[in-house]
Design a protein around this ligand. Sequence first.
Ligand SMILES: O=C(O)c1ccccc1N[C@@H]1O[C@H](COP(=O)(O)O)[C@@H](O)[C@H]1O
Length: 217
Amino acid sequence: MSLNATSMPRLARTRVKFCGFTRSQDVTDAVALGADALGFVMWPGSKRAIDVSTLASLATLVPAFVTRVGLFVNPTPEEVQACLPWLDLLQFHGDESPEFCAQFGRAWIKALRMRDDIDLSAAQQDYAGANALLLDAWRPGVPGGTGETFDWSRIPDDLVKPVILAGGLDAEIVGQAITAVAPYAVDVSGGIEVSAGCKGVEHMQAFMAAVRAADHG
Ligand SMILES: O=C(O)c1ccccc1N[C@@H]1O[C@H](COP(=O)(O)O)[C@@H](O)[C@H]1O
């Protein structure tokens, strides 16, 4: 159980980020279903990658109070700056330093992949300027979006940063994850897809229902 659950007042509800949008209809469906944040993968190596002009067009479909998140893996500053007009929050999923992440004057979160030797207590000090830490599964050579889970009991009790739990979540297991970890938010990509980059409205609906059921359970 992370300190999220014990140091903060009990959350009224677990926030939900859906990630990896490439199609307008999926964005509109996700907003209608009540997603708190929508992620856009700006890393060209991803099967869900979009370019800046697609980002601009999808971002205009996102209304106020829904967070538009840009996902980057070891970008250049110029690559991030080109996307800033359409983003509310930056998600860094590579080996970016805290100084790199903080330079854009925009809220940001740092993804940490759960390698066996990771020290999350030290990492949260290193990334003290982050607005949250996103915890994802580790697979060598792959920066994320693997569809794999990790052992949630490895999340230590002394984390004070809000935790966004990611990695292989879907409607079947997200309830167990929320019960086990009590994260600030959950993040999912592959678990709501019908094919790479294409979300399924029924998958998204089932995921939201499972989160709400866990919140009320
Ligand atoms: O989605 C991707 O292609 C991706 C590429 C590189 C880094 C991260 C990526 N996605 C993020 O990975 C986690 C877990 O995804 P999944 O649910 O296991 O498919 C999530 O934060 C995605 O935003």
